[in-house]
Design a protein around this ligand. Structure first.
Ligand code: MG
Length: 333
């Protein structure tokens, strides 16, 4: 028996009856020989961790654009926090931790530069959603267009991680909820850091239920998911905590996500991304060769390929390209 086979056996004995078992995966688009050490979802997790789009997350906005301070979240640290919350929940519920981790690490790979401002910009010129783009990254952009050939369960979890989505596995649902839990809590922390918010402005009714500090609120939410989902084929919170969390999210939209002070630069980011798009539609020959070849191959519309290029950019790379194209450069002798 290989190590992988032993690990698969252990899953059968130990994990919850509602788990997505590695051995019963619906499989990959292209069949591959199995690894002798790692079950399929563990292998997928490693593939995502090693891909280029994952490393670029470190220079992509979470909420605050190009922040000066070293302690603000980026897409990468957001992703790691989602993964951490999701693994804590999955472990407690005896779900598949490897699957949860793979989905969490991959869920935001398709995010544009400048967070949701970038997403809105691409969506205003072409239909663009970051969750669909995350799937595109792992299916057809990574590894020179060959994709990572991930299992169906990981791809399903990535595609359906948005609030309105319904992942088919409990592991996917754990990540979807962990994403919300992570961003609500760390965005409060960053907003306080940025002077946009003070803790005492969070309504008392919400603090009474969820806790007075970030640490307490995170703890309440994670515990609540675990207690209410134990030995059930569903991932859910109690009505009280769920409502308080919704109210907190609404509070965040009003005070942080749509705050003109915090978001003042977003209009510029929106126009920067839109102008880059319009420029590359006119001048596809200025994109890296692989995108030009993709247009020639004709499998996807030119608009899609230009979105692929721009969505893949980090904040810094997008600014650099913008300056190169639209800002006159000093004469160098
Ligand atoms: Mg996310």
């Amino acid at each position: 028996m290989t190590i992988r086979e032993q690990l698969e056996e252990r899953e059968l004995e130990y994990l919850s009856p509602y788990v997505a078992r590695s051995k019963e995966s619906k499989g990959r688009e292209e069949e591959e020989a199995e690894c002798d050490i790692r079950p399929v979802f563990q292998r997928d997790r490693d593939r995502i961790l090693h891909c280029k789009a994952f490393r670029r997350l470190r220079q992509k906005t979470q909420v605050f654009l190009l922040p000066d301070g070293d302690h603000y979240r980026t897409r990468l640290t957001h992703t790691l926090e989602v993964s951490q919350n999701a693994r804590t929940i999955a472990k407690a519920l005896r779900l598949n931790e490897d699957l949860v981790e793979a989905i969490a690490l991959g869920h935001d790979l398709g995010h544009t530069p400048f967070g949701h401002a970038g997403e809105r910009a691409l969506n205003s010129v072409y239909h663009f959603e970051h969750n669909v783009q995350s799937l595109r990254v792992v299916e057809c952009l990574e590894r020179q267009g060959r994709g990572l050939n991930l299992t169906w369960e990981v791809r399903d979890g990535i595609l359906n991680h948005k609030t309105a989505g319904t992942p088919h596995t409990l592991e996917g649902r754990v990540v979807r909820l962990s994403d919300k839990i992570a961003y609500i809590n760390h965005d409060i922390d960053d907003a306080v850091r940025g002077g946009i918010l003070t803790e005492d402005r969070i309504p008392e009714e919400i603090r009474k239920i969820l806790g007075q500090s970030g640490k307490e609120r995170l703890d309440t939410m994670v515990h609540d998911v675990i207690v209410n989902s134990m030995d059930r084929p569903e991932i859910q919170m109690s009505d009280t905590v769920s409502k308080a969390m919704r109210d907190l999210r609404t509070f965040m939209f009003r005070n942080v996500y749509l705050n003109p002070e915090a978001k003042g630069e977003e209009k510029k980011a929106f126009h920067l991304v839109k102008q880059l798009y319009e420029y590359y539609i006119e001048h596809p020959e200025r994109m890296p060769e692989k995108y030009q070849l993709a247009i020639q191959a004709g499998e996807w519309e030119k608009e899609q390929i230009v979105c692929d290029f721009i969505a893949g950019m980090t904040d810094h790379y997008a600014v650099m390209k913008y300056e190169e194209i639209f800002v006159p450069q000093a004469w160098k002798n």
